[in-house]
Ligand binder design. Sequence first.
Ligand code: ZN
Length: 263
Amino acid sequence: MVNCNNNFRGYERKRTLKQHSRIRKIHIILRLISVAAVIGLLWYCINGLNLKEVSPEPILSVGTGSFNVSSADTSKNDTDETSWSLILVNRWNAIPEDYVVDITELSNGQTVDTRIYPALQKMFDAARADGVYPVVASGYRTAEKQQSLMEEKIAAFKAEGYSASQAKAEAETWVAIPGTSEHQLGIAVDINADGVKSNGSEVYKWLKQNGYRFGFILRYPPDKIEITGVSNEPWHYRYVGIKVAAAMHDQTLCLEEYLREKN
Ligand SMILES: [Zn+2]
């Protein structure tokens, strides 16, 4: 009986020990799960916030602004893309007077033509996936905005001692004459680095290598200045559609050359 009792107590003790270790195991598992949940939540918060900071995600769709109204039919845009994405605007070709644009506002307040927004978003997502963090520094500009940029530049040259005519001539080599800027089309963007996770040269390099895959071309390459009439601008990207961008990339053509060959 004694042995029996001892055996029973021993059995009970073993059982209690087993239960204790099982409870401890469950506690450890529960603790690990909650730690993983907290880490996951923190990761989501940090990455979610970062994406919002640099994302061109629209926060407000502006289609009824008094200065630029469009009744663009999106189904038509899909089939007839080249009519708007291949419009040539440079110092010799001003924007048509009846040009209208439907714009979408990005999270940083810049705006772009609504039709290029999905491609722009895809491009930014792909850049971030590669560890490169771009921002849209300048998108759509009204004629008034372009005019004020020009006036600021002229004033800056005058302040440096240039005469009025010299300052104007000099400013026009830096800022497009109002009516001849692609920014007024809404399908061109100046893209810079976020300045925190990426620097300018990283962003420009990525764009140069990958932009065409999303329908964007480096509009003013350094070896085409005489043809485009604009100095090297590694930040200025223009939407032309994926097919055309790929062809221009493969044949190293600028837009003026591509359109000349096409016609
Ligand atoms: Zn630009």
